[in-house]
Design a binder for this molecule. Sequence first.
Ligand code: UDP
Ligand code: MG
Length: 304
Amino acid sequence: MNLSIIVPCFNEEKALPLFYQELKKYLDDITYEIIIVDDGSKDRTVEVGLELKKEDPNIKIISFSRNFGKEAGILAGLEESQGDLVVLIDADLQDPPRLLLEMIKILEGDEYDSVATYRVTRKGEPKIRSFFARMFYKIINKMIDVEIVDGARDYRMMKRSMVDAILKMQEYHRFSKGIFAWVGFNTKYLEFENEKRVAGETKWSFWGLFKYAIDGFVGFSTAPLRLATLVGAFVSTFGFIYMIYIAIKAIFFSDPVAGYPSLIVIITLLGGIELLILGIIGEYLARTYMEVKGRPKYIIRKRY
Ligand code: UDP
Ligand code: MG
């Protein structure tokens, strides 16, 4: 058995040595490779990685030409990996390496193809972020056919067969949580308590998470596109009934035409709905555009 450990890193000069130290504790009797994917770090991540590589020749470093995002890092790592088992793990020790041995043991049997993890608590995370995250999982699970577990991390070990399946999904806008669920296979979930990042800072801004959520929705569901049909049907039914009401009022009760306020309300409301729906169509169109271009999902500057 050999294990590929994929570590996406963006500005992790402080966390990386601590991470390696902790990880190494669990690798005694294992043949492994560690693939550090440097996602265009602006700090000394690569240098720190090279220091570690001097002591441990099992470390490989792939350095991107710029920051392409964690999803691209995951993809590059998976494409590079050679192991029968592959694990994705963050460099900040929020994904505890102590679970590795348990994961390996579970995958030794035939029952499971993948071991994933989720956090039971969101301790130490801003309340508002937890709230939106919860909502995101609730809504997306209603909209898509496969299930994404609330609190699931990208920390996950997979057998080669599952990795190969994932690599067949070559979409440009990657939403790994959705992709993992979409390819199927038997997955066992381990839970753990949320841990604080050891060093450095989270790369997620609120806006970043928002875009990530949109990628999730648009990437795995076309339900929002149906919104136009639904709202359209609803509004025109209402409009038709209202038209008959106005006609009867004007013909039989010779009611003078009034209602400037209601007119304005209806116009702005409909204008808003139309723009919203145009925006939704735009999201899909933009993604179609990016897919059609077929640009590479990342560019490697150098391999070490
Ligand atoms: N990361 C990356 N590219 C990015 C942002 C993040 O490779 O553009 C890496 C980062 O170095 C870390 C992992 O992805 O190893 C998770 O990032 P972070 O800890 O910022 O996310 P959080 O744990 O707060 O969700
Ligand atoms: Mg983190």
